[in-house]
Every structure is written in structure tokens, then in C-alpha cells.
Design a protein around this ligand. Structure first.
Ligand code: M6R
Length: 615
């Protein structure tokens, strides 16, 4: 959480930094602030609430112009979302300004120590201690990068820090441990940011910073060291999308744009996965075939929507490879002492590649000797960096907090991975793999067709805007789809929404059903395991008999559901395992429309942030 920008160059730092913060606001929107170096001093402004409040403040009380600056948009951890707790934080002399993403775990001891030395701390944040420590160290070493290295060695926890000092006015310094920080390399200007979208309008040349590194930026140079000052290895890369990919492009929200982009995102994720000899080639999967052949267990770790993708992947992995597969919430994983060894393949799924729970889970897995493969959407992010291998989804930047296109591409990547395991282990024949890849290649068009028929779903969503509860039911791969539908509604519409395995209904949840309660049911294909289909048709009848208003998502041509559907949403017929790729789409549209009808801001739901970089 929290978005950070730093700039040094020839442009107005304030303009560059505020524009960068706009792109990073999805990371947190509790408060925002900026600091610029100008006229031999440092000027700062910060405001609780969304970035627009800061922009108003900058109109009312303009800051002096300067070409070196930093900025921050916050998701509050230590201290509420107030002006005082907003970043940047300054030392008592007002010469140093620092912004921070993460949590400094030993901040209480540091605060006490600083207070004993006569410092006055004005906020409740952990970050402010860093401003004071930097000021102290700078006064002895006279160099901000060195001061940063000395301070970082004293900090516990997760932090990205970016700082400026009025006595070294041509420099911006950053540090990174466990939270993201990327360098943008321009001509006569350089950038620091939590992700590349903040500077993509200026440069597509980026440098990925490693763990425990300090970077010093001047207009013409980028110097990276470790915390001891030794030169560090870095990876430079070219960002393969441009600024327009991170714009709304005429849509009312990023979420609507990202829902609409799903056919392309699915197609892009499939691109180039088959070689001339017709074999699946997942180039980024660098785990040797022998290791994959010997794996006796797959464990998937992920959070939120990515976890739901993992739940679906389990069905494909077990069916196509016959390897047992567990799926676990990353936030629970390492605390239960999971049984892992060299023969365990761990798959970490993450759109951002920065989710701290997932990162900690994969570190734990590697410590136990397991091999970790990341399924990730963000090039250069921490999770792929720390994994043994990576399979990138090619969804492009996902800005809306609610994950949509990333989910569909995570599914595609997991299906490919399952097939690849089947190929390597010989549990799938080449023609079987091709048949699935052909089906996957058609899915983009199916998603497009679903999107073209969504007006009745939108109308239904608007008509339910005053409801308190919506339930979601599914069986087999439809069960995680139900969970995902409920999660979307919770996070966007702030409604009570729950997903259940339809077979579990009679074990308790059916007690929730009352007159006119909307219940969404994801119906499996009648052409797959027909017994599963028949059972869910019975489940629909059971809830309808108790007054539920049934919203049935069923394949075209599935007539058995018609008598029991108060609202029928048709999706194209797909193979059983692939159905989530089309069945999820109406649920995304439903949640987005219902939230909008309730007056909620869909791109920035309350209390949430896109990248969850704290545990
Ligand atoms: O970046 P990640 O995929 O690791 O994020 C995981 C979850 O935080 C994320 O999917 C979250 O649940 C979304 N807001 C759901 O829409």
C-alpha cells in the first residue's frame, strides 16, 4: 500500500510528482502529500483524504517551483488518516523530508530514543522517526545516500523510503526492503516510484531495485548500493506498455475499462505459448523438467481474487496431472507449519507481485526447500524476483482496486501451467493439450459475447441496489466463481455477500434464505458431469421453495434451469474446467453496476488499496 514518487530533472517537480501520484492513487487514498526543494529550503504540503484535497490545497497555498521533489499517497497503518499523519514527514529543522511505504516494526523504540535526544515528533506514524534519524546522520556524514544507508541498517520491518534534504538539493535518495521501488531513467531527469505507471508518461526505461538497496538519483545519474555501500547489481528493462494503457480511455472507470479489456488480456496471455513442433513452451518456467517430473505435491498460495484463481487451478492441476494440489490463503500458510520439501512445487499467484502475505509464504516455502513458481502480472516485482520461476500473465496494468482482467489471465496462466505439467510428466497427450489450448483460444470471443449481452445484468443490478444481502452458490469450479462474485460485491457495493458451495446449503446457510433474497447460482455445464448439473438444479429448487429470488447463470441451451430462474443470465457453452472464464464476467459487471447504483466509487472502494504490502 501507499504510492511513492520521487523526481529530479528539468521539469517542475510538483507537476511531475502530482501527476505520478494520480497514477498511484489506487495504492492508497487516505491522504496525500508532496515536498519540493526550492530557494535553498524545503516546502511541503499534505492533506487528509484523496489526492484532490491536496490539489486544492496547492491551489490555495502554492509551493515554490523547484525541480527536485517527492510525493506520497497513503493507505494508513500507524496513525489515522489525518493531515498530521500524512506524508512527507520532516525533521524538526524542516530540512529533510521523507515518504514511506511499509511498516517500521521497531519504531516505538526509535521514537523513545529520539525523544530522549530532544526531538519532537508531531505525528503518530512510524515514518516520522526516519526523518529525524536521517537529519542526525546527515549532520555527521553530509551525504543523504550515506545517511540513508546508516538509518536503514537500524530499521526492522518493511520499507520503501524516499527522501530529500535541503542541504543536498540536487539529489533524491531511495531505499528498499520488502516493498516495491522502481527507477525510471530519463534524459536529464530520473524518477523513483512504487510502480512504473507513475513515470510511464516520461520514460519506458526502468531499473528494478533489489532487496536492501539504496539508490541515489541526480539529473544525470543513478547509483545503487547495498546497505553497506557496496555497488549493487540491478536489472534494467523496457516497459512494454505505454501511458495510454494506464488511462481510462473514455470509460467511466478503470474497472469498466479493465472488464472490457478481458478478451484481449486472455489472448495476450496465450500468445506464443506453443512452439513450431506443437509443444507448449512456457519460456519463463525455468524449473528443470526433472524437478517438475519428481514433484509429488503442488501447493498454491495467494490472497483474495488470486486465491480464487488458485482454487480453480486446483481442479485443472489434479485432473490433468494427477498430482495432489492444496490451495491455501497466503496469510495463513506459514503459521500452520506446512509440510513442504524439495518435491513440493509451490505456485504463488499475485497480480501485483508485491502482496506481503504471498511474499512471506513463498519465502517460507523456499526455506523448506520447495521450488516456487510465480504467476504474476507485474514485470520486475518482488514475488517473481524471489521465485525460482515465473509465468507472466499479460493483462497489462490493472488499476482498479477490484481485480478483473488479472483474474481471468491468472486462470489462463494456471491452465497453461497445468497442461505444461501434464506434458512434462506425460499425463497428457499432445493432442489432448492442443484440444484445450484450442478451447482456450476461443474463450476471448466467448468473453466478448458475454460482454455484449450484459444490459439485462446491469438493469438487474440497479434494481437490487437497496438490498442488504446477496448470496452466491456454485459447485465444482463454479464454487470459487461464487466466492469471487461475493468478494466483488463486498468490496465494491459494501453489501453482505457470501459465496457457498451449493451442496453445503442444507448444512446451515439455507437458514439465511428468506422471501425475495437474491441468490446468484452458477450452474455447471450439463454436458460435463451431468450429475453435478442435476444436483445444482435441485439446489435452485430448494432455495426457490423458500422464497429466494434466483439469478441463474447457465450455459446457452441449458433448458433444465429455465423453470426455476427468476432471472436467467446466459453464458456460452465451454468445457467444464474452463467455464469460470466466462461465468465470472457477469458477476464483475453485476458488482460494478450495483456499486455504482449505490453511489460508490468503484475504482477506489473504501478502506482498500490495490497492493497490500503489509501483513
Ligand atoms: O496483487 P495480488 O494479486 O497479490 O492481490 C491479492 C488481493 O489483494 C487482491 O486480489 C484483492 O483481493 C482484490 N482487491 C480483489 O478484487
Amino acid at each position: 500500500m501507499c504510492g511513492i514518487v520521487g523526481y529530479v530533472g528539468g521539469q517542475s517537480a510538483l507537476d511531475v510528482v502530482v501527476a505520478g501520484l494520480k497514477r498511484l492513487e489506487y495504492r492508497g487514498y487516505d491522504s496525500a502529500g508532496v515536498a519540493v526543494l526550492a530557494d535553498g529550503g524545503l516546502a511541503a504540503a499534505k492533506k487528509a483524504g484523496k489526492l484532490v484535497n491536496l490539489e486544492k490545497e496547492l491551489v490555495d497555498r502554492p509551493l515554490p517551483g523547484g525541480s527536485v521533489g517527492i510525493g506520497h499517497t497513503r493507505w494508513a497503518t500507524h496513525g489515522g488518516p489525518t493531515d498530521a499523519n500524512a506524508h512527507p514527514h520532516l525533521d524538526n529543522a524542516g530540512r529533510v523530508a521523507v515518504v514511506h511505504n511499509g511498516i517500521i516494526e521497531n519504531f516505538a523504540a526509535l521514537r523513545e530514543e529520539l525523544a530522549e535526544r530532544g526531538h519532537t515528533l508531531l505525528s503518530e506514524t512510524d515514518t516520522e522517526t526516519v526523518a529525524h534519524l536521517l537529519a542526525e546522520e546527515f549532520s555527521s556524514v553530509g551525504d543523504l545516500a550515506e545517511a540513508m544507508r546508516l538509518v536503514c541498517r537500524r530499521l526492522d520491518g518493511a520499507f520503501t523510503l524516499v527522501a530529500v534534504h535541503a542541504d543536498q538539493p540536487d539529489v533524491v535518495v531511495g531505499a528498499r526492503r520488502n516493498s516495491p521501488l522502481v527507477v525510471g531513467v530519463g534524459e536529464g531527469e530520473n524518477f523513483l516510484a512504487s510502480d512504473v505507471s507513475a513515470f510511464i508518461a516520461h520514460t519506458r526505461s526502468a531499473i528494478e531495485l533489489g532487496q536492501d538497496q539504496v539508490v541515489e538519483l541526480t539529473r544525470d545519474g543513478v547509483t545503487v548500493t547495498d546497505f553497506d555501500g557496496a555497488p549493487a547489481d540491478v536489472r534494467a528493462y523496457h516497459v512494454d506498455w505505454d501511458a495510454s494503457a494506464a488511462e481510462k480511455g473514455g470509460y467511466a472507470s478503470f474497472m469498466l475499462k479493465e472488464i472490457a479489456e478481458q478478451p484481449k488480456a486472455v489472448a495476450d496471455t496465450l500468445l506464443g505459448r506453443i512452439d513450431g513442433a506443437g509443444r507448449l513452451t512456457l519460456d519463463e518456467v525455468r524449473i528443470p523438467g526433472a524437478v517438475l517430473r519428481e514433484a509429488d505435491k503442488v501447493v498454491i498460495v495467494a490472497c483474495g481474487t488470486a486465491f480464487h484463481a488458485g482454487l480453480i487451478a486446483k481442479y485443472a492441476i489434479e485432473h490433468w496431472t494427477r498430482i495432489p494440489c492444496e490451495v491455501e490463503l497466503a496469510s495463513e500458510f506459514r503459521y500452520r507449519d506446512p509440510i513442504l520439501d524439495q518435491r513440493t512445487l509451490v505456485i504463488a499467484i499475485s497480480q501485483s507481485g508485491e502482496t506481503m502475505d504471498t511474499l512471506m509464504a513463498l519465502r517460507h516455502a523456499r526455506e523448506q526447500g520447495a521450488k516456487v513458481l510465480a504467476v504474476c502480472n507485474t514485470n520486475g516485482s518482488t514475488i517473481p524476483r524471489e521465485s525460482d520461476a515465473v509465468l507472466y500473465t499479460h493483462a497489462g496494468p490493472e488499476v482498479a482496486v477490484a481485480s478483473t482482467k488479472a483474474f481471468l489471465t491468472q486462470l489462463v496462466a494456471c491452465y497453461l501451467l497445468a497442461l505444461y505439467l501434464g506434458q512434462v510428466r506425460g499425463t497428457q497427450w499432445g493432442d489432448e493439450i492442443h484440444a484445450v489450448v484450442r478451447d482456450l483460444a476461443r474463450i476471448g470471443d466467448d468473453v466478448e459475447r458475454v460482454l455484449e449481452t450484459m444490459e439485462p445484468v446491469r438493469a438487474l443490478a440497479r434494481s437490487l441496489a437497496d438490498k442488504d444481502t446477496v448470496l452466491f452458490l456454485g459447485r465444482h469450479v463454479g464454487y470459487p466463481v461464487a466466492l469471487e462474485g461475493a468478494l466483488k460485491l463486498k468490496e465494491l457495493a459494501y453489501m453482505h455477500a457470501e459465496g457457498f458451495a451449493a451442496g453445503e446449503l442444507k448444512h446451515g446457510p439455507i437458514a439465511l434464505v428468506e422471501e425475495d433474497l437474491p441468490v446468484v447460482v452458477v450452474v455447471p455445464s450439463p454436458r460435463g458431469r451431468s450429475v453435478l448439473h442435476d444436483k445444482i438444479v435441485s439446489n435452485i429448487q430448494e432455495i426457490r421453495a423458500r422464497g429466494a429470488r434466483t439469478i441463474v447463470i447457465a450455459e446457452e441451451g441449458d433448458d433444465a434451469v429455465v423453470p426455476y430462474a427468476d432471472h436467467l443470465v446466459r453464458i456460452p457453452a465451454t468445457p467444464t474446467l474452463l467455464q469460470p472464464l466466462v461465468a465470472t464476467v457477469p458477476l464483475q459487471v453485476f458488482a460494478c453496476e450495483l456499486a455504482t447504483a449505490r453511489g460508490n466509487e468503484v475504482d477506489q472502494p473504501r478502506n482498500l488499496a490495490k497492493s497490500v504490502t503489509v501483513e
